[in-house]
Design a protein around this ligand. Structure first.
Ligand SMILES: [Mg+2]
Length: 300
């Protein structure tokens, strides 16, 4: 059995969390449980253990990187520069539905101009590294029915992303993950060249909440038994008031801007999150699924 190599603490309020975050060891993940949503560490751990469904953001949550960085690397230097300028404009914008759509559709248009093929996009998707523990966590939600010749799977994991459906599906299939993906669907010609997108399938920050609601209704998800995982306060609409909401806040950030983006708005979502996972690994959550009694003892 693996040793449990992370810390878990209870925070009474956001100020408490800030103090724990500032004093945390960068080599060791720290789970900070929000005392206003779970009155003790073991109550939170049990909630995670009993969850039957997982809903997760993709970039920066299940993976360490960004599919849009990958896409930018495939469009050539001049188009990449145009896209970078658009990205800056978007990050400084009001993040309305319109501005979010303009950015994502603009990026896909640049990819179309560059003559992107499905094979090129799928190759970078397969190379995108999952966060440590991400695959184990996803697998812990898979339900296979034994006794039949072919395993019968029921969807228990949902990936809701401001990204590209086929990129995430390829990543999932390459990593043996069975999940329903909700993200922008791309259009390809008969030679597998990118020719556009289906605008009505777009998922952006401002409609993630509606997508989450659709999933609940269509798949009969009970919100209180759903673990929701995200890496930015802008994903807050994925968090149902009754679901078990966890925000991952990595210690190490390649760019300071990403770090600022993640922390911006954190006090505003504090009341909605059950815990903040400080670190680069999702292993603490997997440990709670695997051995909740041992993890609960850590907080005593
Ligand atoms: Mg993200």
């Amino acid at each position: 059995m693996r040793s449990i190599d992370f810390d878990i603490s209870l925070a009474k309020g956001y100020v408490d969390f800030e103090a724990l975050y500032t004093g945390s060891n960068t080599d060791r993940p720290l789970v900070v449980v929000n005392a206003t949503r779970a009155n003790c560490v073991s109550a939170f751990v049990k909630k995670v253990f009993h969850c039957c469904w997982l809903m997760a953001d993709f970039d920066g949550t299940l993976t360490m990187g960004s599919q849009w960085d990958d896409a930018r690397n495939l469009m050539g230097p001049e188009r990449a520069e145009v896209d970078r300028v658009a990205l800056k404009r978007w990050t400084e914008s009001d993040r309305s539905f319109q501005s979010e759509c303009e950015f994502i559709f603009g990026t896909v248009d640049l990819l179309c101009e560059s003559g992107l093929t499905q094979g090129q996009l799928f190759a970078v998707a397969r190379a995108q590294r999952p966060r440590p523990g991400a695959l184990e966590l996803l697998h812990s939600f898979e339900l296979s029915v034994d006794g039949s010749e072919y395993p019968d799977h029921i969807v228990r994991s949902f990936i809701v992303s401001y990204g590209m459906d086929c990129y995430i599906c390829e990543w999932a299939s390459h990593n043996g993950v069975f999940a329903k993906v909700l993200a922008l669907k791309l259009r390809w010609d008969k030679d597998s060249k990118l020719i556009g997108y289906y605008a009505d399938t777009v998922v952006v920050g401002t409609n993630k909440g509606n997508k989450a609601k659709e999933v609940h209704e269509r798949f009969g998800v009970i919100p209180s038994l759903q673990l929701v995982l995200a890496d930015a306060p802008s994903d807050k609409d994925l968090f149902h008031d009754k679901s078990v909401n966890v925000l991952i806040l990595p210690h190490t950030e390649v760019e300071e801007a990403i770090s600022k983006f993640r922390r911006k708005g954190l006090p505003d979502v504090w009341n909605l999150v059950d815990a903040i996972l400080v670190g680069d690994s999702l292993e603490p959550l997997y440990e709670m699924r695997r051995n909740h009694t041992a993890v609960a003892k850590l907080g005593q």
